[in-house]
Design a protein around this ligand. Structure first.
Ligand code: PEP
Length: 255
């Protein structure tokens, strides 16, 4: 961990019932941590956003969507615009999660557009990047990350950001997401340092050191501590383990 404020995101994906979410939020509200030292965001499904936002302790948590539409409100059946999130009092959005890239054909360009759109509307954003196992094994890891980062840099709204506490990059190697195969702390550190270098080349050293870079991929209450010790790991984006309040609390307190 660096000197940056630690950040932990919980990605609930397409999970939860009204009942299970009520219990999960009650568990989270009871979690004992100091929000001065860690920023925590949870991302329920779109249809649960308003409910979670109404019952969660806002002194400790913020609520995020898992996706947004590339445009505003209008004739876009089935999509959710940034304006709609704003109206609900939702101030965070995850963009470019690998499941959306892989399952919904979201290209780097679409992720760049969505990220820019979120920033234009004043939302805080968590763009996700990461390589597949095949890309890692064939030596393409850094070129893949370069292309994913370039799509962000290509958008004026991204490079014009003034307050970089509103942008949190998540490094999520696809081979580690939901697989139980966590990156080693060394593997995470290597990529985080690389991403910081890429940010520095484009935006300057000061921005690069202040942007938080999260690790995501099979983080749990057992492996979080060791990962959190790495210099360039500023926090986590957590899937499976974020559905259990006790595990998530341990991860929140890992820094
Ligand atoms: C994720 O979906 O962002 C994620 C990291 O999932 P998991 O923690 O389950 O690997």
């Amino acid at each position: 961990a660096s000197n940056n404020k630690f950040f932990v995101g919980g990605n609930w994906k397409s999970n939860g019932t009204k009942e299970s979410i009520k219990d999960l939020v009650a568990g989270l509200n009871a979690a004992d941590f100091d929000p001065k030292h860690v920023e925590v965001v949870v991302a329920p499904t779109f249809v649960h956003l308003d409910y979670v936002n109404s019952i969660i302790d806002k002194n400790k948590f913020a609520v995020s969507s898992q996706n947004i539409w590339i445009k505003g409100t209008g004739a876009f059946t089935g999509e959710i615009a940034a304006e709609t999130l704003q109206d609900l009092g939702i101030h965070w959005v995850i963009t470019g999660h690998s499941e959306r890239r892989a399952l919904c054909n979201e290209t780097n360009d679409v992720v760049g557009l969505k990220t820019a759109r979120a920033l234009e509307l004043g939302l805080n954003v968590i763009p996700c990047v990461g390589e597949t196992l095949e890309q890692r094994q064939s030596g393409q890891i850094f070129s893949v990350l370069d292309a994913q980062m370039k799509a962000l840099f290509d958008r004026q709204a991204f490079i014009a950001v003034k307050d970089w506490s509103k942008v949190v990059i998540a490094y999520e190697p696809v081979w580690a997401i939901g697989t139980g195969v966590v990156a080693t702390p060394e593997q995470a550190q290597e990529v985080h340092a690389y991403l910081r270098k890429v940010l520095g080349n484009k935006l300057g050293a000061e921005v690069a050191s202040s942007v938080r870079i999260l690790y995501g991929g099979s983080v749990n209450d057992k492996n979080c501590e060791e990962l959190a010790q790495k210099e360039d790991v500023d926090g986590f984006l957590v899937g499976g383990a974020s559905l259990q309040a006790a595990s998530f609390e341990t991860i929140i307190k890992a820094h």
